[in-house]
Ligand binder design. Sequence first.
Ligand code: ADP
Ligand code: MG
Length: 147
Amino acid sequence: MRVARVTKSWTTKSAEETVLVGRELAAMLRPPKLLILRGNLGAGKTTLVKGLAAELTSVEQEDVTSPTFTLVHEYSGGSVLLYHLDLYRLQQERELDVLGIEEMRREETIVLVEWGEKFPGLVSEADGEIAIEHGGGDLRTITLRLG
Ligand code: ADP
Ligand code: MG
């Protein structure tokens, strides 16, 4: 990603508030996009995706779960196709090949990648990032950066 053109931050004090930020953030995203979701374990990345997915597609937020083991979840409905990836378990950049991330990059898609920052090749292709910082307790700071 080049220097961010759009930057916006939110502070939340509960998981529910983070879901609402996800919904608000969704309105700022036009496909096609590939965004890195950056933040430590338990920061709230998957929680944020619940709001994003509920707003962008017809999925219920309760049905959005972590793709930790399957690596990819896909949500459709409306005009957007959303791919939610979690690359925590991958070690090598070449392990990404089987996922076919390039094929996910289409006109109507938004691709959100947890732990995408581990792979420089992916970072260089991203349109931006959403970073979540754990502020202690239930406090989180969420920052959107679009290139
Ligand atoms: P990640 O995907 O980054 O590993 P998750 O979204 O799976 O994180 O988990 C975040 C955890 O933190 C959940 O248990 C959630 O209830 C809790 N939590 C507490 N406060 C917040 C907040 N402000 N925003 C998001 N999650 C929060
Ligand atoms: Mg997660």
